[in-house]
Each structure stands twice: as C-alpha cells, then as structure tokens.
Design a protein around this ligand. Structure first.
Ligand code: MRU
Length: 347
C-alpha cells in the first residue's frame, strides 16, 4: 500500500506536509479555499496531479462559502475563487484542468439549485482524487511491459504517490514493474534545489520496500557511463501537442545523458497533463521560484550574501529525446502529434 497524500474526512481536507518529509510526518487540515491556495503555493502539496486534486477541493470549499442566491451571481463570485487558485503555480496544467472540470460540473447542474451544485462540487473533487489513483494503476499496467527484467531505473524528482491521488505516475510504473519482480534497483536523483528526490522519492520507495539508492543530480552520467542504469522514467507537469515535456528542473539534462548512453527515456503522465493547445514546449510557462531555495538549505546559507541567482523550477525535454509517453489510455511512441491527439480524443 502506497501513501495517499490527500484525504477528505468529516468535511476537512487533510494533506501531509511535504515540506517536512522525510523527518516529520505532519498532517495539516483545510476547510477554506484561501488556505488551500497557500498550501499549493508553499508546496505543502506538490506534484502535478496532486495540485489538481487539492485545487478541486479548494474550489469546492470556495463555492460552499458563497452566499449569493442566483446562479449567475454565484458564478461571478466563484470565478474569483477559481482565479485565486489558478494563480498559485503556473506550470502544471493539471491545476487548470481540475478547475475547468469543476466549472463544467457547476454549469452542468445549475438547474438543480445552488445547494445541490455545492454538494455536487464537493463530490466532484472527491471523484477527481479517486480517479487519479485508478488512472495511475492503469498507467502502471501499460508501462510495466516496457521495463526489462532486472531493471536498474533512474528517476528524477518525485512522480510518486506523494505527487498524485495515490500510487504515482513514474513511480506507479516502477511499482507495477516491482510487483512483477522486474526491478533490481531505483536510483533517485536528489533533485536540487527542493530535494523532492531525496526527501520524497527515497522516502516513499524505501517505505514500500522497493530497493532505492539516492544519488546527487551530478552523478547520473557517471552511473550511466559505467552501465549501471538500464532506463530512465520521469513524470510530467505539462506535455505540449508535439510531445515536448515540462518536468522538474534537471529532467532535460537527464534526457540528454540518456540519449548519449543509448538508454530509453520514458515519461509517464495522465491525459490531464496534456496541453494540446500549445504547439510545442517553448510555449509552456516555466515557474521561477524564490532565490532562497538555491542559496539556503533550511536555515543554512550556502552562497554569498547578495549573489545573483536563477531558480527555474522546470525545464522542457524535447520530444525527440523521449522514447515513449505512457498514459492511462496507452503508450505513444514516435509521432506524438498524432498519437497524443488520438488518445486525448478517446472517451
Ligand atoms: O515542483 P513540484 O514538486 O510540484 O514538481 C513536481 C514534478 O516536476 C513532477 O515530476 C511532476 O509534477 C509529475 S508528478 C506525478
């Protein structure tokens, strides 16, 4: 059983504080949309699908607290709530996908009265979370045949249970391959500066008894050059129509290394991570985060006072470096433009 980072119980949203892992397991409770927005911004909850689930609950809480009488007035106020949630983080498209799905739910049921619309919005948020885990298990089953027996797999960042409604995307494929007895070892890049690899991926795999070795980001090339890695699998925050993929900063570097060493490089992501409105990855908005994430680890200062810093949180891996994209509707290889569009249109 892998962890579920988001729970809904007795009218409260509970989320494990991912900033404190792996040393402290603290669950925080939310009943208000502004607090949920803050939790997304400050990375209590992170990972594209998990951000979508949290935003859906935020939208449902915001709707519940609106006191207008007619649907039009309700919608006007609620759109402000959704705009605040949408402004938390720019790159993961799952956030916007979840909010659009919530809006469609409200509009679809508007004739049923506001009390019912509010009840259905909360049910929709719960459904988004439940479906996400199911989707990941299906994705795992689609991806598992790509993993060779005895695999030593490199992953970057955390695309695990913690980043989703449960089970994980890239780590979901790894979990499915581990259940099939195929995984010899997972190498987790530590993933500077936020350390999702060392704090989160290493934690959840270790907890689940999947053999995991932590490495610094700059060690991947050395291990590949020695034949100690068989394939790479990562998650995604947004995939453009041509297959270009935004994921955690450093993913592109790993993809280049994988190509140099002739290793397969897989991306695992749900259909909700596709953004077919963008022709290519150059159009994906890339979040720049606080300089302090680079200059400090916790309270420890690692760089001179006043030093210039860049902190892009994501990069874009060009489709030509990606061996296959694994989704819950199947695996796409080669012609991503056609393949992704066909999967997106399936019902
Ligand atoms: O900044 P984060 O921690 O939200 O970034 C997360 C990633 O880049 C993940 O790899 C991605 O969201 C996929 S999660 C299934």
């Amino acid at each position: 059983m892998s962890i579920k980072p988001i729970e809904f119980k007795d009218g409260r949203l509970r989320m494990i504080d991912q900033r404190l892992l792996p040393t402290k397991e603290v669950w925080l409770e939310y009943t208000d949309y502004q607090e949920v927005a803050e939790a997304i911004k400050t990375m209590v909850v992170r990972g594209a699908p998990a951000i979508g689930v949290a935003a859906a609950f935020g939208a449902a809480f915001g709707a519940r607290d609106i006191e207008t009488v007619g649907f039009e007035d309700f919608l006007r106020e609620w759109e402000q709530v959704c705009a605040e949630l949408a402004a938390t983080r720019p790159t993961a498209v799952n956030l916007f996908w979840a909010l659009d799905r919530m809006k469609a739910c409200a509009v679809r049921h508007q004739e049923q009265g506001l009390a019912e619309v509010k009840r259905l919005l909360l049910a929709e948020a719960q459904e988004i979370g439940r479906e996400d885990e199911e989707i990941n298990r299906t994705m795992g089953a689609h991806g598992e045949p790509l993993i060779p027996t005895g695999a030593r797999i490199l992953t970057h960042c955390n695309a695990g249970a913690l980043a989703t409604g449960g089970y994980g995307t890239a780590l979901g494929v790894i979990r499915a391959a581990a259940a099939a007895g195929k995984v010899t070892r997972v190498y987790a890049d530590e993933t500077r500066p936020f350390l999702q690899g060392s704090r989160l991926t290493a934690w959840e795999l270790h907890k689940d008894g999947i053999p995991v070795t932590l490495i610094c980001d700059n060690m991947a090339g050395y291990l590949m050059s020695r034949g100690e890695i068989d394939c790479v699998i990562v998650g995604a925050d947004r995939i453009a129509a041509n297959g270009d993929t935004a994921n955690k900063i450093g993913t592109y570097t790993v993809a280049v290394l994988a190509r140099e060493h002739g290793l397969p490089f897989y991306v695992a992501a749900p259909i909700s991570t596709l953004d077919l409105s963008l022709a290519d990855g150059s159009l994906i908005p890339i979040e720049e985060r606080d300089r302090r994430e680079v200059t400090h680890v916790g309270d420890k200062q690692l760089a001179p006072d006043g030093i210039d810093v860049r902190n892009p949180a994501f990069d874009v891996t060009p489709a030509r470096l990606i061996t296959a994209i694994i989704t819950e509707r199947g695996v796409v290889k080669g012609d991503y433009l056609r393949g992704l569009r066909a999967l997106a249109q399936e019902k």
